[in-house]
Ligand binder design. Structure first.
Ligand SMILES: [Zn+2]
Ligand SMILES: [Zn+2]
Length: 143
């Protein structure tokens, strides 16, 4: 597939600084980021929020970036071509997100079910776990 910038050009879109920075920021982050967090990490000069948002939707529609809805209050993004396979755990209380690389990830039984019942050929998956983070557990127990 080459670098994301090459992929962009191949699709006929110039690899502008904004698009390049978004892809770099997302590649360097182990967890998916909201558009606000992406903007906060932009080196100056910072584009305005609507430019970042527009570029994110473009990158998502080109399949270079994936949007994930981890927490009901925020939509987050991650690079689609990231080599590492990660699962995430989200705190229901404060929304804090952690990610980990599973030692083994065999969902072939689910994939077979999906294929036989819905007819989809599964290529990828994204798994999220929800619970209470260490900080929130501490306050819960202190009550
Ligand atoms: Zn928490
Ligand atoms: Zn997995």
């Amino acid at each position: 597939m080459g670098t994301p910038a090459e992929a962009l050009r191949k699709l006929g879109y110039p690899a502008t600084r904004g698009r390049g920075e978004i892809l770099r920021i997302l590649t360097e982050s182990p967890i998916p980021l909201s558009s606000k967090e992406i903007l906060d990490r932009f080196p100056p000069p910072r584009p305005d929020a609507s430019t970042v948002y527009r570029n994110l939707s473009l990158l998502a529609s080109l399949g270079l970036v994936r949007s994930v809805a981890l927490h009901e209050r925020s939509r987050r993004y991650e690079v689609a071509s990231d080599g590492a396979h990660r699962h995430r755990v989200v705190c229901r209380e404060c929304g804090r997100i952690a990610s980990f690389e599973p030692r083994r990830c065999d969902l072939s039984r689910f994939e077979a079910d999906i294929r036989s019942t819905l007819g989809y050929d599964v290529k990828d998956h994204s798994l999220e776990f929800f619970g209470a983070c260490p900080d929130c557990r501490r306050t819960e127990n202190g009550r």
